[in-house]
Design a protein around this ligand. Structure first.
Ligand SMILES: [Zn+2]
Length: 269
């Protein structure tokens, strides 16, 4: 029974950016700390057991990433192939939010079904709010793909935190965006929180330094508290930040794609 409610998680590092701390943290100059080079890693995640496959985000379109100065380390489509992610109707794709580096390859999946927060869809698509500072992180034609999916019945919108399937909960954690989702996944090593962009890098949570792109800084502070509570209560053994470079050294590599992929929460590792 237990085997059917726990999952293995593969984290695929498909992209990278060399940047500066002042480009990572919001209003960095206000901290009066020296600026230093740093990096961001770009991930998506494959959550699976013998019964089902859940893809978490799709990465950026390599052409869009190049235009925005990001390096593609492996085309996400090639990574799906290497890891055996099926593009079938019973494959669920959770879109944690609508930024370009999370929905850029949605159009390449022809049969899979998608889930995202209604608050996210509403903010960008149903009743779009126009602010240059928030809309610089999205691609309008990629939002149009989501609208097409919605019209065709392949995109489900959720109003609140809820169970996706046994062993995987979707948790709303707004702030970075209005409908940012996290996933609480049961694994052989206990709960793993895929925080996606509710937490970009560990330091964002540990030192309460919001990321550069924020829709609601007050909501983000509440989301940090939710993540901290999950961690300190023992509900999760790992908090996985969505762009943390050090992850690749902290977890074992995946045999099918060892250069680009690590395994989270596997007792076999
Ligand atoms: Zn984002």
């Amino acid at each position: 029974m237990l085997a059917h409610s726990t999952y293995d998680i593969a984290a695929v590092k498909y992209g990278a950016l060399a940047t500066m701390r002042s480009d990572v943290f919001l209003n960095y100059a206000d901290y009066r700390e020296s600026d230093e080079p740093t990096g961001l890693s770009y991930y998506f995640w494959v959550v699976r057991n013998g019964d089902r496959v859940v893809l978490v985000d799709t990465g950026f379109d390599p052409a869009v990433g190049a235009r925005r100065g990001r390096t593609t380390l492996i085309d996400p489509f090639d990574a799906w192939t290497a890891l055996g992610v099926p593009d079938e109707e019973d494959t669920t794709v959770v879109l944690t939010h609508a930024h370009y580096d999370h929905i850029g390859n949605v159009r390449r999946l022809k049969r899979a079904r998608f889930v995202m927060a209604a608050a996210e869809y509403d903010f960008w698509i149903s009743r779009p709010r126009q602010q240059r500072i928030t809309r610089q992180v999205i691609e309008e034609d990629e939002l149009a793909v989501l609208a097409e999916l919605r019209a065709s019945g392949r995109l489900t919108l959720i109003e609140d935190s809820q169970e996706l399937v046994p062993g995987i909960d979707l948790l709303l954690a707004p702030g970075h965006t209005p409908g940012q989702l996290m996933l609480h996944v049961q694994t052989a090593e206990g709960g793993v929180l895929l925080a996606a962009d509710a937490i970009h890098v560990d330091e964002e949570l540990d030192r309460r330094m919001p990321f550069r792109h924020m829709c609601d800084i007050v909501a983000a502070a509440d989301s940090y508290e939710i993540v901290d509570h999950l961690r300190t209560s023992g509900a999760v053994t790992h908090v996985i930040a969505g762009h943390e470079p050090s992850l690749m050294e902290r977890f074992p590599t995946h045999p099918a794609l060892p250069e680009h992929t690590i395994v989270l929460g596997s007792s076999a590792a």
